[in-house]
Design a protein around this ligand. Structure first.
Ligand code: NAD
Ligand SMILES: CC(C)CCC[C@@H](C)[C@H]1CC[C@H]2C3=C(CC[C@]12C)[C@@]1(C)CC[C@H](O)[C@@](C)(C(=O)O)[C@@H]1CC3
Length: 355
């Protein structure tokens, strides 16, 4: 049987702590004097002050062991959005999140209440994409309705996940929850945005701008997302207005999608895209390719670069207001966009042109 550990307000768990955001969060928490229990299906690093628990979110016993002695849980595990595996998204994002909620309750209601926990706090990493349907969003607030036609399985299950977590917030029964909705996270060690962009450029496919290039988008430096999560955790009290609510966390500096891409590409020594293609044409083609990849899946496996989701993200406005986070938890970005881009570019010497 697992040994019981007395809870401390400076002890917390990060589910998905081996990932891009998770690891940045863990490092910041350590710097703030927390000890951290990481729960993840893989272990990607070692750090003093961190205990690793390798396991699947849906494994109740493994999760319960990792959460022992903890009264603050960050849940930022998810399959990669690029995977098109509906069953995997449902299992991890929905079933896995139900397991997290059940285990949080279990710890709170521990029979002998040895833990004497006042409240269990759960901070979920959701996504601003829960309201995105592929059409323009300008200065979107948290009261926008969830997407009725989510653009992919990732978004569909992130919506269900967020609903589950916010609904579970129950002050009487000691479970306090909040959801952070970041958008377009970038920074050192990001496995998606910069690597996919560079790969596309190396294959000669980053010559074109989809649409007229004027669409404004939020890209959020990872330190700001971490800051938003920690502020939320430290503001989460029964009397706080943030209980059971969702919060956009962005850089608060919407930028032209294609200017941001060009800054990263040029910073790494690649040419910026120059030629324009009509948005509807590229979106239509991406839909056709996606359908084709589904039909041919039993025979050949191919993954189109320009998926309908990526094309929609590249050709529409999608930026969000974070005034609710400013008002309720005093949020303010800690790293500006220009500085974030510079730090990101410097962190990828191996992806430079010619490297
Ligand atoms: N990257 C972005 O731009 C972005 C934007 C908005 C929201 N988010 C959200 O932020 C969170 C973190 O994303 P990230 O970019 O760091 O992704 P990531 O892939 O780097 O990290 C996710 C982690 O979850 C772990 N994981 C996956 N399935 C698991 C399972 N069954 N059990 C235990 N662990 C599991 C993975 O091993 C990985 O370490 C996710 O919830 C994602 O939806 C990301
Ligand atoms: C057209 C080109 C091939 C574009 C290449 C860059 C592309 C890989 C990124 C640009 C916007 C990024 C993004 C996500 C993944 C990587 C991009 C498509 C995102 C889908 C990852 C999951 C998040 O939750 C997200 C939906 C969000 O809300 O932040 C991301 C949106 C932006």
């Amino acid at each position: 049987m697992a040994t019981r550990i007395r809870p401390s307000s400076k002890r917390c768990a990060v589910i998905g702590g081996s990932g891009f955001l998770g690891r940045h969060l863990v490092e910041k928490l350590l710097g703030k004097g927390y000890t951290v229990s990481v729960f993840d299906i893989r272990q990607s690093y070692e750090l003093p002050g961190v205990t690793f628990h390798q396991g699947d979110l849906c494994d109740k016993q493994a999760l319960l062991t990792a959460l022992q002695g903890v009264s603050l849980v960050f849940h930022c595990a998810s399959p990669a959005p690029a995977s098109d595996d509906k069953a995997l998204f449902q299992r991890v994002n929905i079933q896995g999140t139900q397991t997290v909620l059940q285990e949080c309750h279990k710890i709170y209601y521990n029979k002998d209440r040895l833990n004497s926990i006042k409240e269990m706090l759960l901070v979920l990493t959701s996504s601003a994409s829960v309201v995105f349907e592929g059409t323009d969003i300008k200065d979107g607030r948290e009261d926008l309705p969830y997407a009725k036609k989510p653009i992919d399985y990732y978004t569909e299950t992130k919506i269900e996940q967020e609903k589950l977590v916010l609904k579970a917030c129950d002050k009487e029964n000691g479970l306090l929850t909040v959801a952070i909705r970041p958008h377009g996270i970038f920074g050192p060690r990001d496995p998606q945005l910069v690597p996919i962009l560079v790969d596309t450029a190396r294959r000669g496919k980053m010559k074109f701008i989809i649409g007229d290039g004027s669409n404004l988008v939020d890209f959020t430096f990872v330190d700001n997302v971490v800051h938003g999560h920690i502020l939320a955790a430290e503001s989460l009290r029964p009397e706080s207005p943030i209980c059971g609510k969702a919060y956009h966390i962005t850089n608060d500096e919407p930028v032209r999608f294609w200017d941001f891409m060009s800054d990263i590409l040029v910073g790494l020594g690649y040419a910026a895209p120059r030629y324009h293609l009509p948005y509807t044409l590229v979106y239509g083609l991406s839909l056709l390719l996606w359908l084709l990849s589904l039909l041919l899946r039993p025979l050949v496996a191919f993954k189109p670069t320009f998926t309908p989701m990526r094309v929609a993200l590249a050709g529409t406005h999608h930026f969000y207001s974070c005034s609710r986070a400013k008002q309720d938890m005093g949020y303010k970005p800690v790293v500006g966009l220009k500085d974030g881009i510079r730090r990101t570019v410097e962190s990828y010497p191996h992806l430079r042109h010619g490297a």
